[in-house]
Design a protein around this ligand. Structure first.
Ligand code: ADP
Length: 190
């Protein structure tokens, strides 16, 4: 199995590059952001609670996203592999993911980290907010809060995978094709 953690701050291009990876390797895309927006669209209780936090730029509780991922792993038993996009976002989530995969006789193959500076991120997210309709992309204050949450809680996840020798840094500034070529170079190693 090829199990990739696609890592990077909000606006780094994880969604765009996930599409390329799915086309190339036939992996299942698991984005906790998309799963949460699905819950919101369906108006579930989980969705209502998550929306409040998401609109403030905060993370939703670990247990919520771990539960969603566990459910999706069970629902895709025959998958060739997974792309984890926007998850794990905390060290506790990373440890829980290792346990979940281990219980299925599998593991994370590699982490691919897209590196983009904060100014460029803010610029990209504001642009995206203009046509995505995502309320968390429309407000500069919320965007800065998300980047801060990332630096405080999510950036340490990189060290978790560094410790397992699975960390790979990719420059997230450049054309979509250039960045995908750099990602492919990493995945070909495994
Ligand atoms: P982006 O990568 O642009 O920040 P996402 O679509 O991945 O956007 O996530 C949107 C929001 O959903 C996050 O700001 C956060 O509130 C919530 N969220 C998504 N994934 C997680 C996660 N793994 N843990 C906690 N909160 C999450």
């Amino acid at each position: 199995m090829l199990n990739l953690v696609l890592f990077g701050p909000p606006g780094a291009g994880k969604g765009t590059q996930s599409k390329n990876l799915i086309d190339k390797y036939g992996l299942i895309h698991l984005s906790t952001g998309d799963l949460l927006r699905g819950e919101i669209a369906e108006g579930t209780e989980l969705g209502l609670e998550a929306k409040k936090l998401m609109d403030e730029g905060k993370l939703v509780p670990d247990a919520v996203v771990i539960g969603m991922i566990s459910h999706k792993l069970d629902a895709n038993k025959d998958a060739k592999g997974f792309i984890f996009d926007g998850f794990p976002r905390t060290v506790a989530q990373a440890a829980a993911l290792d346990e979940l995969l281990e219980s299925k006789g599998s593991s994370i193959t590699a982490m691919v980290a897209l590196e983009v500076n904060d100014n460029e991120l803010e610029h990209r997210l504001l642009l995206r907010g203009k046509d995505s309709g995502r309320s968390d992309d429309a407000n500069p204050e919320i965007i800065r809060k998300r980047i801060k949450e990332y630096n405080d809680k999510t950036a340490p996840v990189a060290d978790f995978y560094r410790g397992q020798d699975k960390f790979n840094s990719i420059n997230g500034i450049g054309s979509i094709d250039e960045i995908f070529a750099a990602i492919s170079e990493v995945t070909e190693k495994y």
